[in-house]
Design a protein around this ligand. Sequence first.
Ligand SMILES: [Zn+2]
Length: 264
Amino acid sequence: MTIVNNFYYMLTLSFAWVFIIGLIVGSFLNCLIWRLYKNETLGGRSYCPRCRSIIAWYDNIPLLSFFLLKGRCRRCHEKISWQYPLVEFVTGSLFLVIFQMDRLSPDFSFLLMRDWFLVITLVIIFVYDFRWQLVPMMIVWPMSLVILILNLSLGIPWVTLVFFGALGTIFFYIQYFLTKKRGLGEGDIWLGLLLGLAFPDAGSLLLIMVVSYGVGAIASLILLWLRKKNWQSRIALGPFLALGAIITLIWGERIINWYLQLFS
Ligand SMILES: [Zn+2]
């Protein structure tokens, strides 16, 4: 009985740690996204973009500080974006879900690393493309390489990775070409490469497309209906692809199995 209790105690403790690590990573991602956009280095303390005062460590605690400060800068009372606590909370939660998902796998360390790196990449793409309608290539290229290396370490044959990486790239290149470069941005082609390398199987890639184009179409219709956009507007594809990829990473296997058993 004690052994069982100890086991659950340790497990709860590790879950708590994983969530805290995820919150800290999320906080770092907020900073990274901003500095990437502003073309700043990662060195130096964070500061308020309005009054430029350095943010004290106790005002920079993930999740907590935002609520303690009631979402405003301590000095100039400028509003702090909801992006900050949201990205922290979402990254923390995704780190936790993936830890739970991967922890019993024999390839635990490589699998956890690959999935955490993938989530980090997708969160950055989501926020960056959502805010500025741009795919951050400075993230997509190196992360594609990291994920390729981790997938090779997991024993996925390089032929498979090259095939699906090329498939993803070509798929988006064709769309880019067909829409005469108006529908898709150049960055989306490289998202194809990233997704192909990260999900080297046809089922997962198909599911990502169905989810992201489906959600994208619904979101566009809602925006049209609310008259926030018109038929000529461009809506960035990156956030939907990132969302589709996160859903596929976590629930993909279950969704695909459920779909297949409908026909058996
Ligand atoms: Zn300020």
